[in-house]
Design a protein around this ligand. Structure first.
Ligand code: GLU
Length: 482
């Protein structure tokens, strides 16, 4: 079946990583079938709409490469459609006007110790088109003091099916006569959602688990209209890394990682923190889904091929930033050096000042294995563009100053070998056995001298790239400092 899946965020705030995961699963379900990925902006609640949120949603999808095939379709521009549909329900007695003020609703809530539900029982005691005269109803409607509620049947079992959780049954007593339209003519989420999914010929509704409890109301509306419902997928929650509950912005801040794909106000996104869209999408796919084999690295195309909605989990997925970093690393490691250079302007400029483009690429090839985020590029290329700023004191103590001096002095005396790293290595080995200096300490000395610590890429490749003059310069510097 060729699927039409929609991502339907409300622009009530920035798009966080949970929303991105929903977008991704919609995308995968659509694309797997050769279908369409559609963006619908659910902006019917103008009071909660946040300026810039819609752009943030679009910018996030764009950076991630989740290209939309249709849309954005904005619900605020479709009032006529909702009005037409709500009138059908009103005519058939499946929806009604309710006139209760907020104070009246509040009183009802208090009287029932917070248990109040607007339903077949209570609606008889409230102020609505069932309880007031036709004339009074007309005049209240004219004054705009109303909402429209859907009728929920009194005693019925509502059966719904979720592709992840199977079939579920709800007792209609548990369900409220939800408000479906407000007096400004704007539908609520529940109504607009159902009308649009039908109108837009949506075949798969993929959304967060928190919407599962609304499903019986939605299914009731489908039944009232005589429309066949789409397939529903309620995705498992994304849990915070430790403890109970959903991952929130606060948890992310506490753990020191982003929560948005791209920057929102002061909060840097994964983009601005050096992550790649490939890594983020791959990691998010694993939050709630697992492929058949042991593979963990997937490109978006691989995901489209391998994704099977049957493998989506029911249980919550714990967010683990270390794993996200690891997956990002797997992607960076496989990027071409050209691509990495194009993604990190600063490091690229540094390298270009010193080396030809071929050598720049060679350097990136050497450090790729060491990259977790794009920020690491700048750190890793420093060794190729300047002397170490500091030397690790602990390492100096361990090797001993005397040994360091002897090794460096030997190199200085044999400076013609520096341009021949293999020969240099061999003669250092014989020098070591003659002077009883372990080869380990010789290598550590040279690394300390070139890098300032014991980390960094292949030592002899560093020497080869920075060249004999710079190598000697670094040897002199360390000799002078110990
Ligand atoms: N507007 C809802 C949200 O913000 C969409 C839920 C759905 O996909 O039906 O999550």
């Amino acid at each position: 079946m060729i699927e039409r899946a929609r991502f339907a965020p409300s622009p009530t705030g920035p798009l966080h990583i949970g929303g991105v995961r929903t977008a991704l699963f919609n995308y995968l379900i659509a694309k797997k079938s050769g279908g369409k990925f559609i963006l619908r902006i659910e902006d019917t609640d103008s009071k909660r709409t946040v300026a810039g949120a819609e752009d943030h949603i679009k910018d996030s999808l764009k950076w991630l490469g989740l290209n939309i095939d249709e849309g954005p379709i904005k619900q605020s521009e479709r009032k006529v459609l909702y009005k037409k549909q709500v009138e059908k329900l009103l005519r058939r007695g499946l929806a009604y006007y309710a006139f209760d003020t907020s104070a009246e609703l509040e009183r009802a809530r208090k009287e029932s110790n917070g248990e109040f539900k607007y339903n077949h029982e209570t609606r008889r005691k409230m102020i609505n088109s069932f309880t007031v005269s036709e004339e009074e109803a007309r005049s209240r409607i004219k004054r705009n003091g109303y909402v429209i509620r859907m009728v929920v049947p009194e005693k019925e079992t509502i059966l719904v099916n979720d592709e992840i959780r199977g079939s579920l049954s709800f007792n209609s007593r548990e369900i409220e006569d939800k408000v479906i339209m407000k007096s400004d003519g704007m539908p609520t989420y529940h109504f607009a959602n159902v009308v649009d999914d039908h109108d837009m010929k949506i075949t798969s509704v993929v959304r967060g688990e928190e919407w599962l409890s609304s499903l019986p109301s939605h299914v009731t509306l489908y039944n009232y209209f005589g429309w066949s419902p789409p397939k529903f997928y309620h995705l498992p929650l994304i849990l915070k890394s430790t403890g109970q509950g959903k991952l929130s912005k606060r948890d992310a801040e506490e753990q020191g990682h982003p929560i948005f794909a791209v920057q929102w106000e002061e909060s840097k996104g994964f983009k601005e923190s050096g992550y790649t869209p490939e890594g983020i999408l791959n990691y998010l796919a694993l939050l709630g889904w697992k492929g058949k084999g042991d593979d963990e690295k997937y490109s978006l195309n691989d995901l489209v091929k391998k994704f099977d909605s049957k493998d989506i989990n029911k249980s919550g997925a714990r967010f683990d930033i270390k794993k996200a970093v690891w997956i990002n690393h797997l992607h960076l490691r496989d990027f071409s050096s050209k691509k990495i250079l194009s993604l990190c302007g600063q490091a690229n400029t540094l390298l270009e000042k010193n080396y030809s483009s071929d050598v720049c690429e060679e350097i990136i090839d050497l450090i790729k294995e060491r990259l977790n985020t794009l920020f690491d590029v700048e750190k890793e290329v420093l060794v190729f563009v300047g002397q170490p700023k500091n030397y690790d004191k602990e390492v100096i103590e361990k090797i001993t100053r005397n040994t360091i001096y002897n090794v460096l002095n030997f190199c200085k005396l044999n400076e013609e070998l520096i341009s021949e790293p293999t020969l240099l290595k061999e003669s250092l080995m014989s020098f070591g056995s003659e002077k009883q200096i372990s080869f380990g300490n010789i290598m550590k000395t040279l690394r300390l001298c070139m890098v300032g610590s014991l980390s960094g890429p292949d030592l002899f490749k560093i020497i080869d790239i920075i060249g004999p003059e710079e190598t000697l310069h670094r040897i002199d510097s360390l000799i002078n400092k110990i």
